[in-house]
Ligand binder design. Structure first.
Ligand SMILES: Cc1ncc(COP(=O)(O)O)c(C=O)c1O
Length: 395
């Protein structure tokens, strides 16, 4: 074992399943590449799990961070803060004119804020309906909203009032609504569950259902947002607006941030003291986020993401026809996609890719998840597709 592996085994609580001798120790990143301690270079098709949307160490983000760190790195939320209000203005103007933002530090916290706001909205309405196979985070309420038993089963008793319907089955959501229901919570594209894209009828049907029943529609855009699907937010692909939206991951350009965006009708639900965060809306993180947003909103950037998404889709579909015994299906939207396998070899392929210098993710036994930085070029996409192809050959 290397010294770092030994120290990790000795001092870090084992929650991440790192493998000595296989899992790289990453020390440097630039663009779509990262390097390990031994100098080996990897093409990053995982992008820090959808965080590094504009790649690693983008010069504009580095500059924004360094500049703000030298001026004021933290200020209590008791006070006004210029980077915080500027970022909020940018988010609202590009997302939900008339709405407002609450800043937190992670996706989970953005979801917690959405759940609390939904419960605060109408007294007596506290139930949240989410989808099976969903993932919404790890704190107790976000975990309970997560529609995967494996994450919840050891942490009982969990908070009350959560139930799970079937993704893309509108009737199953309608059937769970009662007079105590506060909100429906879904990912427009399910990420951790293995990349499942909402069908148009389903997502627009949910909007109509929530309007009819007087309940809130919450979109978890933590993984699918920030340009990943070729639109700033995935829900813009269907033109369906949420009442609340949870954002995180890619927004901070590698620094921790979470944000709850509330539509106009819900901006006065929380009152002072109802919710708070010590670090939420930190000046350095907000400065980084503004730099990220500026890049993503540059004219043509999102159209390029759409084109690159089509290129990746085509490349994966070619692999499916070249390896019919092993590769089953492409799922995805933009640069958020999965290759479904016919055999339980996802972990094996993931390990082979690491050896060859490509970082991807195995979700369960049969799904490979790809979330490359949005700044990737077609040539770099092809490089990754070829490495996955070689790993399929070896399997
Ligand atoms: C859709 C979704 N929601 C919530 C979360 C939790 O975010 P965080 O890990 O920042 O707390 C994640 C993280 O993977 C996610 O993908």
């Amino acid at each position: 074992m290397s010294k770092t592996e030994q120290q990790e085994a000795e001092y870090i609580i084992n929650t991440y399943n790192r493998k000595p001798g296989l899992t790289p120790c990453l020390v440097r990143g630039e663009g779509v590449y990262v390097w390990d301690k031994g100098g080996k270079k990897y093409l990053d098709f995982l992008g820090g799990l959808a965080v590094n949307v504009i790649g690693h160490c983008h010069p504009q983000v580095v500059e924004a961070i360094c500049k703000q760190a030298g001026i004021l790195s933290h200020v209590s939320n008791i006070y006004y803060s210029v980077p915080q209000v500027k970022l909020a203005e940018q988010l609202i103007q590009n997302t939900m004119p008339g709405g407002k933002v609450f800043f937190a530090n992670s996706g989970t916290e953005a979801i917690e804020a959405a759940i609390k706001l939904s419960r605060r909205y109408k007294p007596g309405r506290f139930k949240i309906i989410s989808a099976e196979r969903s993932f919404h985070g790890r704190t107790l309420a976000a975990l309970t909203a997560t529609g995967q038993l494996k994450y919840r089963e050891h942490f009982n008793p969990l908070p009350e009032g959560f139930s799970y319907a079937t993704y893309n089955d509108l009737e199953s959501f309608a059937a769970l609504i009662d007079e105590q229901t506060a909100a429906i919570l879904i990912e427009p594209v399910q990420g951790e569950g293995g990349i499942y894209v909402a069908e148009e009828n389903f997502i627009s049907g949910l909007r109509e259902l929530c309007d009819r029943e007087g309940i809130l529609l919450i979109f978890d855009e933590i993984q699918s947002g920030m340009g990943r699907t070729g639109k700033l937010w995935a829900h813009q692909n269907w033109g369906v607006r949420p009442d609340l939206m949870a954002v995180a991951k890619g927004l901070g350009g590698g620094l921790p941030i979470g944000a709850l965006v509330a539509a106009e009708d819900y901006t006065s639900v929380f009152e002072p003291g109802d919710h708070a965060s010590t670090f939420g809306g930190n000046p350095v993180v907000c400065s980084a986020a503004m730099a990220v947003l500026k890049i993503i909103l540059t004219e043509g950037f999102l159209d390029d993401v759409h084109e690159k998404g089509l290129y990746l889709k085509k490349g994966l579909e070619k692999l499916i026809s070249s390896y019919p015994d092993l590769a089953a299906e492409y799922r995805g939207l933009g640069l958020m996609c999965a290759l479904e396998l016919k055999k339980p070899v996802a972990r094996q392929i993931y390990e082979k890719c690491i050896t060859t210098g490509l970082l991807i993710n195995a979700v369960g036994d049969t799904t490979l998840r790809l979330l490359p930085p949005l700044i990737i070029t077609m040539d770099e996409l092809q490089e990754g597709i070829d490495i996955i192809g070689s790993a399929l050959t070896e399997c």
